[in-house]
Design a protein around this ligand. Structure first.
Ligand SMILES: *Cc1c(COP(=O)(O)O)cnc(C)c1O
Length: 435
């Protein structure tokens, strides 16, 4: 399997890169994002469903094998998946025809653990065969940084630089960004997530930076994070299809569009995914594109669902690569933009209507589902994707649900550590000085 840049016209003879190269490079040389040359129909291997004795990790290894190709990564793919996906991925029934896919049982309590842990395992093995010291540079809107730091903390051969918006993360997210020390550096950028993302992109596109720091990206633009996120859509769509006889649709809380693109890829591989619905917060770039056909990225605005505060989602380039025609996009991809007022309402009534305390991001998916027409809801089973554990956001949630949230042990252990962060102006010279 080769991977090509979204900007590659793919003329005869143009060379793609291998999985390992795509993972290490992060971004293609022309500034585009890597996409697979084809989508093997992996679902055909599971025409009888998923065997009872097959674990989630083993399913992941089978499903990802065609993308990884041959070599060291392929040889240890089972081991990689078992190490990366060592936590539960439960689907919880919410009501008739609706369930919740809980993606927050990893060590940092958000779905970012799937991609970050897989990437760290893969990069660790690629590095084993080379002697360079790699700098993993990440812009984070809240949860990516914590997941990447947790996955790479203490890993030999790696430094991690996290850039986060000084006023754009919750206090508990901040602890997960700054509690690691050792090979992890955290920069509190005086600006927005988009400023952080721009800085990282600029550093990457500069050959001098690349040569000096041997940069690689662990953002959701990295293929090594995106592909493992396709697994849970594949896994649960198959399970549901074989249990209930119908293919489910998913509602996905969306910011930088990584999680959503992973779902579209799983659908392309033939898994029984009926339809995909995107829920955004008040950052409306994707919804406005669906309505108007004009792609107009803009500065992000802060909302209650802060990990989705993205005005210029990088992975739009991959989504448009997959669905280039706007008419098709408009027809096939419903987008709901959910206001802070709606998010707060959903959270407030969660305990009484469903017995659930929703994290603000998950609340956008719940609200999108509520806003669907009766006909849309009747299409078949729906799975609402829950992206983070509510206990990461006590400042937002506790006043709304009027109760204290319990802290899982994974988090309480981190809360007791000492914290390290470096304040930084949002420009490249400041970043260079800080590094
Ligand atoms: C990152 C994140 C999202 C958005 O996911 P994208 O892949 O950026 O679209 C949603 N919810 C939570 C909790 C997140 O951390």
């Amino acid at each position: 399997m080769k991977f090509y840049s979204t900007r590659d016209a793919r003329t005869v003879g143009s060379a793609g890169v291998s999985f390992s190269e795509a993972v290490l490079k992060g971004l293609a040389d022309d500034g585009g994002l890597f996409v697979p040359e084809a989508f093997p129909q992996v679902a055909q291997e599971f025409s009888e469903g998923i065997p009872d004795e097959m674990s989630y990790a083993d399913f992941a290894a089978r499903m990802l094998a065609p993308f990884v190709g041959e070599g060291a990564i392929a040889d240890s793919l089972d081991e990689i998946c078992r190490a990366a996906f060592d936590f539960p991925v439960p689907l919880k029934t919410l009501g008739s025809g609706v369930s919740i896919l809980e993606l927050f049982h990893g060590p940092t309590l958000a779905f970012k653990d799937f991609g970050a842990r897989f990437l760290a395992e893969v990069m660790g093995r690629i590095m084993n065969t080379s002697s360079q010291n790699v700098c993993v540079m990440v812009a984070t809107s809240g949860d990516t940084g914590g997941a990447v730091a947790s996955a790479f903390a203490g890993k030999k051969g790696f430094r991690v630089c996290l850039l986060f918006p000084d006023h754009g993360v919750s206090p508990r997210q901040r602890i997960q960004l700054t509690c690691w020390g050792d090979n992890i550096r955290s920069f509190a950028v005086k600006g927005t997530f988009d400023d952080c993302q721009k800085l990282v992109k600029t550093a990457f596109s500069d050959p001098a930076w690349n040569a000096r720091f041997c940069l690689t990206s662990a953002n959701s633009i990295n293929l090594g994070r995106l592909l493992p996120q396709s697994v849970y859509y594949a896994y649960w769509s198959l399970k549901l299809k074989f249990e209930q006889g119908q293919a489910p649709g998913f509602v996905i809380p969306t910011g930088n569009l990584g999680n959503a693109v992973a779902a579209f890829w799983a659908k392309k591989m033939g898994f029984p995914i009926r339809e995909l619905v995107l829920a955004t917060n008040a950052n409306r770039s994707i919804g406005d594109y669906a309505e108007s056909g004009q792609w107009a990225p803009r500065p992000s605005i802060p909302t209650l669902a802060n990990a989705m505060d993205v005005g210029n989602p990088s992975n739009m380039e991959r989504l448009q690569n997959l669905i280039p025609d706007w008419e098709t996009f408009k027809r096939e991809v419903p987008v709901f933009s959910v206001s802070d007022f709606e998010i707060a309402q959903v959270i407030q009534k969660g305990p009484s209507t469903s017995g659930e305390v929703w994290c603000p991001h998950t609340a956008t998916a719940v609200r999108a589902y509520e806003r669907m027409t009766v006909e849309q809801r009747a299409h078949g089973p729906w799975i609402l994707v829950s992206t983070a554990h509510p206990c990461k956001f006590p400042e937002t949630l506790e006043p709304l649900v009027a109760r204290k949230l319990e802290i899982p042990t994974a988090l309480s252990e981190l809360l007791s550590r000492s914290l390290h962060e470096t304040p930084m102006e949002p420009d490249l010279a400041a970043l260079l000085a800080a590094m």
